[in-house]
Design a protein around this ligand. Structure first.
Ligand SMILES: Cc1cc2nc3c(=O)[nH]c(=O)nc-3n(C[C@H](O)[C@H](O)[C@H](O)COP(=O)(O)OP(=O)(O)OC[C@H]3O[C@@H](n4cnc5c(N)ncnc54)[C@H](O)[C@@H]3O)c2cc1C
Length: 485
C-alpha cells in the first residue's frame, strides 16, 4: 500500500510530537511513525519517571532541613508510594492518552517500524511481516526524530551480565539492596540520588570526576552530596570484568584490582544514535551514525538534496546537538516552521535562522541535574569560554550570600558562578548548585539569550528574601560598573 502525505516524521517521542504539532498547525498533512510508545523515551523511561522518582526523597530531605517541619517527619520514605506515583506519571506505560492527543490534533499515526526507502519515501513494517507494509511518500519532507539508545561499553562480561540501563532503573519495581553504577554523568548522578534515597547501597564507579562537562565545583558538590546520602563514589576507576554469579550477584573487577559486589549494575556511560535500522544506506548515509545537520536541521550528505531541494531533516537526540528534551522540542518547533514555510513557498533567510538555532543549541543550552544537590548550568563554563577564545571574567559566591537560601534550609550549601564576556559585558555562562536552584536557571538563560549587558542587570531587582538575590551578590562580586570603567 502506498500513501502520499505532506510530511512524514520518523519517531513519536517528544520531538516528533512537537514537529507534528507545528506542521499540522500550519495546515500540512502529517503522519508520525512510531514502533513503541507515543511520547518516547522521555515520557516513559527518562525525564518524567526519573524526576518523579527523585521528588519524594528530595521533599523529605527539604522538610528535615527546616526546624519545626523536621520534627513532624517521623517515618521513612514510602518507596511503594513513590513507585505508584511514578506509575501514574508514566500512565502505566500506556500511550492511549498521547495517541488520543495526536488524533485530536489531526495528526496521522502509523504504528510500526519505519525506515527510509529512497528520497522522500518511508516504509513502515506494521506487524513485522511484509503484508502489513505501507509506503509513505512525502511531498515536502521526511523528518527523523528517532532518538538515542544507551551505550553498553565493551567491558568483558558486561553484556552477558544483563546490566540495567536507564530503562530498567526508571521502571524499577523493587529497588535492589545493592546497586553499582558505571558512569559519572547526569544519568549516573540522578540515579545514584534516586536509589540512595530508596535506601539502596549505591556504589558509583566513574572513570573521571562526576559531571565533568560542568564547572569543577559541581562535581565536588554532587560527590559530597551523594556521599552524604550514604552512597560510595569512586572516581578514577574502570571496570575491567563483570560477572553475574550463579546466585545472581554481580561482581565487578576494577582496574586497580579491587572488586565490587552488587545485586544489579546500571550502565550510564553515554548514548548512541537510534539509526542502525532506519534505512540510512538507502539515501547515501551511514547506518548507526549520528545525523549531521546544519543550522536549518537539514541532514547533510543525503541523496536527493542537490540543487537545494531539501527533503530530509533530523531533530532531537538523533542529531547529537543537545541530548535534552527541551532542546529537541526547540529544534522541533524550528524545523516545523521551516518545513511549513518552504512548503508554502515562503522565502526563508537561513542565515538568520542559523543564528537563532546556533544560539539555542550551542551558546545557551540550559541543563538541570536533579541530583543531591541540584546542579544547573546554561551557556559556557569558564574553561569552555576561554577555549572558545572569549576574554572572560567571572563572579562566584556562596548561595547563602542570599538570605533566601538560608531561610529555605538550615545548613544550606551551594555556589553560584557567572562567566562574563569581558569585551561585550554580557553573561555567557551561569552555574548554580544547591537545593531548589533549578528555578534560578531560566533567568540566566534569558540574560544569555537576550545578551543583556551586565550593567543593565543591576536594574533587574530580585525580591527579598528569595534565592534570586544571589544575582545581586554575583553583580556585587563582579564589581560596580563605574569602578571597572
Ligand atoms: C534517565 C534519563 C533521564 C533524562 N532526563 C531528562 C530531563 O530531565 N530533561 C531533559 O530535557 N532530558 C532528559 N533526558 C533526555 C531525554 O530523554 C531525551 O533528550 C529525549 O527523550 C529525546 O527526545 P527524542 O524525541 O529525540 O527521542 P526519544 O524520546 O528517544 O523518542 C524517539 C521515538 O522514536 C521511536 N522510534 C525510533 N526508531 C523508530 C523507527 N525506526 N520506527 C518507528 N519509531 C521509531 C522510538 O520508539 C521513540 O518513541 C533524560 C534521558 C535519560 C536517559
Amino acid at each position: 500500500m502506498q500513501r502520499e502525505v505532506d510530511v512524514v516524521i520518523l519517531g513519536a517521542g517528544p520531538v516528533g510530537e512537537n514537529i507534528a504539532d507545528r506542521v499540522r498547525a500550519a495546515g500540512l498533512e502529517v503522519v508520525v511513525v512510531e514502533h513503541e510508545l507515543v511520547g518516547g523515551e522521555c515520557s516513559y523511561w527518562a525525564c518524567v519517571p526519573s524526576k518523579v522518582l527523585l521528588r519524594s526523597a528530595a521533599a523529605l530531605r527539604a522538610a528535615k532541613r527546616v526546624p519545626g517541619a523536621a520534627e513532624a517527619v517521623t517515618g521513612d520514605l514510602d518507596v511503594e508510594a513513590v513507585l505508584r506515583r511514578r506509575d501514574y506519571w508514566v500512565s502505566d506505560w500506556s500511550d492511549d492518552g498521547a495517541a488520543g492527543w495526536l488524533a485530536d490534533a489531526g495528526i496521522g499515526l502509523e504504528r510500526g517500524h519505519g525506515r527510509l526507502d529512497g528520497v522522500r519515501r518511508v516504509v513502515v513494517s506494521r506487524d513485522g511481516d511484509g503484508d502489513g507494509d505501507v509506503t509513505l511518500v512525502a511531498r515536502h519532507a521526511v523528518i527523523v526524530a528517532t532518538g538515542s539508545d544507551p551505550v553498553i561499553p565493551p567491558i568483558p562480561g558486561l553484556a552477558e551480565a544483563s546490566p540495567w540501563t536507564s530503562r530498567e532503573a526508571t521502571s524499577v519495581e523493587r529497588p535492589p539492596a545493592r546497586l553499582a553504577i558505571l558512569g559519572g554523568g547526569v544519568v549516573a548522578c540522578e540515579m545514584a540520588t534516586v536509589f540512595a534515597g530508596f535506601g539502596t547501597e549505591v556504589v558509583v564507579l566513574a572513570r573521571s570526576g562526576l559531571l565533568g562537562g560542568m564547572e569543577p565545583f559541581v562535581g565536588d558538590a554532587v560527590t559530597a552530596g551523594l556521599r552524604g546520602l550514604g552512597a560510595t563514589v569512586r572516581t578514577g576507576v574502570q571496570a575491567t570484568l563483570v560477572e553475574r554469579t550463579a546466585d545472581g550477584e554481580i561482581v565487578l573487577t576494577l582496574d586497580d584490582g579491587s572488586t565490587v559486589v552488587a545485586d544489579e549494575v546500571l550502565v550510564a556511560t553515554g548514548r548512541k544514535p537510534r539509526t542502525d535500522a532506519i534505512g540510512l544506506e538507502r539515501v547515501g548515509l551511514e547506518p548507526g551514525s549520528w545525523l549531521r545537520v546544519d543550522d536549518g536541521l537539514q541532514v547533510q550528505g543525503a541523496d536527493g538534496d542537490d540543487g537545494g531541494a531539501a527533503w530530509l531533516y533530523a531533530a532531537g537526540d538523533v542529531n547529537h546537538r543537545a541530548l535534552l528534551t527541551h532542546q529537541g522540542k526547540y529544534q522541533g518547533r524550528a524545523v516545523g516552521d521551516l518545513v511549513a514555510a518552504r512548503a508554502a513557498g515562503r522565502p526563508v533567510d537561513l542565515g538568520e535562522w542559523g543564528v537563532h538555532a546556533a544560539t539555542a543549541d550551542h551558546a545557551a543550552v540550559p541543563q538541570v541535574v536533579f541530583a543531591e544537590p541540584e546542579a544547573v548550568a546554561v551557556g559556557l563554563t569558564e574553561a569552555a569560554a576561554t577555549k572558545a577564545g572569549h576574554a572572560v571574567r567571572t563572579a562566584e559566591v556562596a548561595m547563602t550570600s542570599a538570605s533566601g537560601a538560608g531561610i529555605l534550609a538550615d545548613g544550606y550549601e551551594g555556589r553560584a558562578k557567572l562567566v562574563i564576556d569581558d569585551e561585550r559585558g554580557t553573561v555567557i555562562g551561569a552555574t548554580f548548585t544547591g537545593q531548589d536552584v533549578a528555578e534560578l536557571l531560566h533567568a540566566a538563560t534569558v540574560a544569555i539569550v537576550g545578551e543583556v549587558p551586565v550593567e543593565r542587570l543591576w536594574h533587574a531587582v530580585p525580591s527579598f528574601p528569595t534565592m534570586s538575590e544571589v544575582w545581586l551578590r554575583l553583580l556585587e562580586a563582579d564589581g560596580r560598573p563605574e569602578a571597572r570603567a
